[in-house]
Write a protein that binds this ligand. Structure first.
Ligand code: ATP
Length: 379
């Protein structure tokens, strides 16, 4: 998982920070279907905030309510302290950029960017100044006279972005903005988008299906499930400290081991798992009673795989056979079938170029992890 660790302020940690957008008890029903179910959420100025979740979880509906294209069934949205419910979409200081880019095909790049400013009857010289500034920002100056059909996908995306921000909205909503680009261009454009967002200081709320994209770009991510917020946190927190099996499984690869809590304190939880036939300990208290069901989430890269018996084999250790090895260049992923039949995944960085692998198919191996590496989940 990648995240471009840039120096970002974290206003959500400061109780004195005033939210830029305040969403309170927001509900959206379509006929008898609840698309958004009492969501409350604060987003801060200059955030790059991602809405992440499977198809149909309500991401676009939430974005459309922020834009004013959908009316909430209940609840409120405030932007800079102003209630948006009475303000039609075209009067909101908000713009939305669609995946299709929606560029005017008969207009050149600069005419596309200037369009919104012309409608506002801004003086010609000022329009030119702002369009030139945007062309420079998105590095499209030399293509200013081209029509959209003469541009690549990435270039169209940059024009669409310039057009969306030229009027300096307070909030830019982006619906799958990189969805039409191929993987490499997408990755490159993610950096550009972040740089532009930082330069302009506009709050971005972005909808994406792509968890890696959300991890890379976001200040925070809201993982959504059936119209509700499953977790709202920084990319690193979502990955390292998911609050449920749903979030752990949605973001990145993970092994989920079911068991029963046998001992616990604020500092640790000991789980007995019939799935691994072992006792597992994590340095984390969850406040659940002994005897209750729990799951240990452990990422593949946090499992050590070895032929030799690890030193403390009584705890956090599982025995199995290598069932499959996926070699993906920089890493090898081992699928290990435990003696109990449960399949586990462990990954290892390929530091050496040796073709002859240390661990091979059908090897009997041990998987182990440190108490700091696993997370105990109770839902
Ligand atoms: P996707 O990733 O597929 O775009 P999403 O998370 O953006 O999905 P939404 O488009 O917000 O999901 O839809 C949430 C739910 O609301 C879905 O079950 C969808 O069928 C329903 N829905 C959305 N718009 C309408 C509408 N105009 N009328 C009725 N139901 C709708």
């Amino acid at each position: 998982m990648s995240n471009l660790i840039r120096k970002r302020k974290q206003p959500w940690r400061d109780p004195n920070s005033v939210p830029h957008i305040e969403i309170t008890d927001l509900v959206k029903e379509f006929d008898d279907h609840i698309a958004i179910n009492r969501i409350s959420l604060d987003i801060y100025k200059g955030e790059f905030f991602s809405l992440l979740g499977p198809s149909g979880c309500g991401k676009t509906t939430l974005l459309r309510m922020l834009a004013g294209f959908e009316t909430p069934t209940a609840g409120t949205i405030f932007l800079e302290g102003e209630d948006m419910s009475k303000i039609p979409p075209y009067e909101r200081p908000v713009n939305m950029m669609f995946q299709s880019y929606a560029l005017f095909p008969h207009m050149s790049v600069e005419e596309n960017i200037a369009f919104g400013l012309k409608q506002e009857r801004i003086a010609k010289a000022e329009i030119k100044r702002r369009v030139d500034q945007m062309l420079e920002l998105v590095q499209m100056g030399k293509y200013a006279k081209r029509k959209p059909h003469q541009l690549s996908g990435g270039q169209k995306q940059r024009v669409a972005l310039a057009r969306s921000v030229v009027k300096m909205p307070k909030l830019l909503l982006l619906d799958e903005p990189l969805g039409a680009l191929d993987k490499r261009l997408r990755e490159q454009t993610q950096f550009e988008l972040m740089t532009i967002q930082e330069e302009l200081g506009i709050t971005f709320v972005i909808v994406t299906h792509d968890q890696e994209e959300a991890m890379t770009m976001s200040s925070r991510i809201a993982v959504m499930d059936l119209g509700e917020l499953a977790q709202v946190a920084t990319p690193a927190e979502i990955y390292e400290y998911p609050n449920s099996r749903y979030v752990a499984e949605f973001v990145g690869d993970v092994n989920i081991i079911e068991g029963v809590i046998c001992e616990q304190s604020p500092q640790f939880t000991l789980v007995e798992s019939y799935e691994t036939n072992s006792k597992l300990i994590c340095n984390q208290g969850v406040g659940a009673r002994p005897g209750s069901q729990a799951w240990i989430a452990i990422r593949p890269e946090k499992l050590d795989i070895s032929i030799e018996l690890p030193q403390n084999m009584n705890i956090n250790c599982m025995q199995g056979e290598v069932w499959d090895i996926a070699y993906i260049g920089d890493m090898s992923i081992y699928h290990v079938k435990l003696l109990t039949g449960k399949m586990m995944m462990a990954s290892e960085v390929n530091r050496s170029r040796l073709i002859e692998r240390r661990i091979k198919h059908e090897d009997q191996v041990y998987l182990s992890f440190s108490p700091d590496s696993g997370i105990v989940l109770i839902s």
